[in-house]
Design a binder for this molecule. Sequence first.
Ligand code: 5GP
Length: 204
Amino acid sequence: MSSVPGSSASGRQRIVVLSGPSGSGKTTIVHRLLKDSPAPLRMSVSATTRPMRKGEVDGRDYYFLPPEEFERRRQAGEFLEWAEVHKSGFWYGTLWSEVDRAREAGAWPLLEVDVQGALNVMARYPDAVSIFLMTPSVDEYEQRLRGRGTEDDAVIQRRLQTAREELKLADCYRYRVINDDLDRAVAEICGLLADEAKQTCTTS
Ligand code: 5GP
């Protein structure tokens, strides 16, 4: 691990930030990108204080931390960014160690973070490849959220409200991709990553 967080960065490796409202299909897209991307992506596993869901694995889906441990690490400067997501009372953050690990392996760290986190990463890394994933309409977000069946109504309402607020910030991202069709959206993202990889090779 590098002594200065992020210092293992080379000009040839970009940070990829993917955001989008809950139910916009981020998780599925992420899995596809990790397989198909023309740029060498590596997932950054976030830390969170939210409880583990059924089927999740500590260290694979998230590092599940007690709030005190999250706070201790935050104060110790271990996070590139952090945020309380969806006004849920739970904290989420990107660990420098994850970013450094990807870069040391020659890969581009892929961060799946909320809008607040993404804006903080973009402020620090203006050349980040930021992608905002959208579903065609707020009604469709709602249908997807309900279809997932993992959250109760109050949580869904809160997430829809966050979704409406997040949509207003979509313009801050370098790219906006509509997930109307999974294969098409993955192909579009692969195309833009290929372009970014080409530019990265020629400018560094
Ligand atoms: P979930 O609790 O459903 O796994 O994730 C809720 C939201 O937290 C997701 O929409 C995701 O974008 C966001 N999130 C996950 N990891 C991070 C992180 O490290 N930082 C920030 N800012 N948001 C995150």
